[in-house]
Design a protein around this ligand. Structure first.
Ligand SMILES: NC(=O)c1ccc[n+]([C@@H]2O[C@H](COP(=O)([O-])OP(=O)(O)OC[C@H]3O[C@@H](n4cnc5c(N)ncnc54)[C@H](OP(=O)(O)O)[C@@H]3O)[C@@H](O)[C@H]2O)c1
Length: 344
């Protein structure tokens, strides 16, 4: 290792394993799940790289994870943070080609998280960045953009219209603009009326407010007119179940997030039997495991092109330094319409 310090500042997890709860990503105090620590700078093993952090992003998956309700167990004492952008400063055997490169990265199992001065991950979870992509866009280049591309691709195979919930999310906005470019119609569901105009301007065909008293009637009319056969759902609560029951035959309810705090109750089991409807899940981790490398490379290229030419960009709600996160994270995550990002 050249000129690397022995230790680094990091935000480490306080608990191991799963909480057994499903409360959603909201946090009241980062100190319930994290503490600031000084750790030895990790050494990359075979196939791994050490990355000096430029910018890390805070995704709902990070918050689910530190709360113990994500698809992999917490590890006490290990830095949190799944995604970021930085410079590869050291590599294990087989990963030398990335040395010195500025990369977007996702932290894989066995790695060391992005909410630290240095992160450790597998070389295959790194994407060298074009020079015309900013560090901020680079820090949110994998989790949401690849999910947007993969899920809109699923929807496009089932017709020219689809439904999304939590449409004001970063991922929702990426999907709306992508769908517009593909001449697909998006029925966007939001929970606040001041989101309607901006999402229409972005390209959503219909924007419906789930808190309107006659929301179900409004959705039923739109569903009959546009016949959406896919519901890409990040909320997964009772309103979403109602939406699914109002969709046409062969509709697919694809849950990919659990922003809602309540669990939905299924009210129309006959629709699964007689209307060929299906309920399923989407997880980017599984998409990456099952999608051939050439197809993934094509998608990654398209993602970078969209950020480079401005068709996509990352909205920022708040920037925190590592030393500000313990105090500032909970409030920052309540700011609507943008990502919280962390800098060293
Ligand atoms: N399965 C996968 O592979 C995968 C990959 C990437 C992302 N995701 C999921 O995608 C979702 C969006 O991620 P993101 O980074 O784009 O989020 P984000 O930008 O942080 O936005 C969060 C959004 O959630 C909305 N929201 C929060 N709680 C809600 C509730 N109870 N009911 C309705 N809406 C609610 C917020 O609405 P307001 O604007 O009204 O506050 C906001 O639009 C998350 O659930 C995330 O876990 C899943």
């Amino acid at each position: 290792m050249a000129n690397l310090p022995d230790t680094m500042r990091a935000l480490v997890q306080l608990q191991d394993g799963y909480s057994g709860k499903s409360e959603g990503p909201a946090i009241s105090d980062a100190a319930l799940y994290l503490e600031e620590a000084r750790l030895p700078v990790p050494t990359p093993a075979k196939g791994q790289v050490l990355i000096k952090l430029r910018v890390a992003s805070v995704n709902p998956s990070d918050l689910h994870f530190i709360k113990g309700e994500y698809g992999q167990p917490r590890q006490k004492g290990v830095p949190a943070g799944f995604e970021g952008c930085g410079d590869v400063v050291s590599t294990g055997d087989g990963a030398e080609a990335l040395l010195g490169k500025r990369v977007a990265f996702a932290v894989t199992l066995g790695g060391s998280g992005a909410w630290a001065e240095y992160a450790l991950t597998d070389a295959i979870a790194c994407i060298p960045l074009r020079a015309d992509i900013s560090d901020i866009d680079g820090s949110a280049q994998i989790v949401n953009p690849l999910t947007a591309m993969a899920m809109v691709d699923i929807a496009a195979k089932e017709g020219d219209a689809f439904v999304i919930s939590a449409a004001t999310s970063q991922l929702g906005k990426l999907m709306i603009s992508l769908a517009k470019d593909m001449n697909l119609k998006v029925i966007a569901l939001v929970r606040r009326s001041n989101a309607v105009a901006p999402l229409k301007a972005l390209g959503a065909t219909e924007v419906l407010v789930t808190t309107d008293p006659d929301f179900a009637d409004q959705f039923a009319i739109v569903s009959r007119a546009l016949k959406p056969r896919v519901f890409l759902d990040a909320v997964s609560d009772q309103i979403c179940e109602t939406v699914f029951t109002l969709m046409p035959n062969k509709a697919r309810w694809i849950s990919y997030g659990k922003l809602g705090t309540e669990a939905p109750r299924l009210t129309q089991m006959g629709q699964l039997i007689f209307m060929g409807k299906r309920i399923e899940g989407f997880w980017l981790t599984n998409w990456m495991r099952s999608t051939p490398p050439a197809d993934q490379a094509r998608v990654v290229g398209e993602v970078q092109a969209r950020f480079a030419d401005g068709r996509w960009h990352t909205d920022i709600a708040k920037t925190l330094t590592l030393s500000e996160v313990m105090k500032g994270l909970a409030d920052a995550t309540k700011i609507p319409d943008g990502k919280v990002i962390i800098t060293p």
